[in-house]
Design a protein around this ligand. Structure first.
Ligand SMILES: Nc1ncnc2c1ncn2[C@@H]1O[C@H](COP(=O)(O)OP(=O)(O)OP(=O)(O)O)[C@@H](O)[C@H]1O
Length: 224
């Protein structure tokens, strides 16, 4: 069973000296649906980015399945624990070019533990689940709306088959209908295996009720 344990996660904002993560102790296990709430600027994104090893100023330790993650393990770790940014980054090109990116990064890394390859039919299946045709694969990312960027980014993360998704307001640019589709697809994804989990940031209390079975609230560097 997947078990991510973070100990003494600490992050002090460089400009203000505000303590954003105050020695946090965190556990995420397979099948957890964790909602992450808290005021703007309280450090929610900083926490998820820290759990994805994207915040070099954060100190503390992270163990996955009982193994301490060292810097050299990060590429492999990011296949298991995937972070989805609120404003996803893309390279110039089509949606498909961008869905292929994580597989290219993986091939270029020193991690040869498995050899995942981009599977176009799996991508098309995911697109259909999100109500998109395969023409979406050929669309230039420069022409995507904010919501479409979020959907492309979700698909990109799901294709690498992570066990834990760290979702930073993944539906913030979507209308109510599209949000419902995303929530349903994500619930199906979670239930397809008893060993998947997410931490999902949302400012919407109703959404947190739908997508979380427990909620962390971030305030002044602490979680409660
Ligand atoms: N690259 C950065 N350099 C300096 N300060 C930053 C940087 N990124 C974030 N911050 C600051 O760190 C604090 C926490 O930001 P963070 O994005 O983690 O908050 P948040 O709780 O996710 O907010 P929101 O709900 O508005 O997305 C904020 O005060 C923000 O201004």
């Amino acid at each position: 069973m997947t078990e991510l344990i973070a100990r003494k996660l600490r992050h002090v904002a460089p400009d203000t000296n505000r303590v954003l993560l105050d020695d946090l102790e965190i556990q995420v296990s397979g099948s957890d649906r964790i909602g992450l709430a808290g005021p703007s600027g309280s450090g929610k994104s900083t926490l998820l980015r820290s759990l994805a090893f994207l915040e070099c100023r954060t100190t503390g330790s992270i163990d996955l399945d009982g193994t301490r993650i060292q810097q050299g393990d990060v590429p492999r770790y990011r296949r298991d624990v995937a972070y989805l940014a609120q404003r996803p980054g893309f390279v110039a090109g089509t949606v498909e070019d961008n869905l292929r990116l994580p597989f290219q990064f993986h091939a270029a890394s020193q991690d040869h533990s498995a050899n995942p390859e981009f599977d176009r039919s799996a991508a098309v299946d995911r697109l259909k689940a999100f109500g998109r045709s395969d023409a979406f694969l050929d669309q230039d990312v420069a022409t995507l709306s904010g919501g479409e960027r979020q959907i492309a980014s979700l698909i990109r993360s799901m294709l690498i088959n992570p066990r834990i998704l760290l979702l930073d307001e993944p539906t913030s640019a979507l209308d109510a209908d599209a949000t419902a589709v995303v929530e349903n697809v994500m619930q199906d994804w979670l239930q397809a295996s008893g060993d998947r989990a997410w931490v999902w940031i949302s400012h919407d209390a109703n959404q947190l009720n739908r997508i979380a079975n427990r909620t962390w609230t971030m305030n002044e560097g602490k979680l409660r």
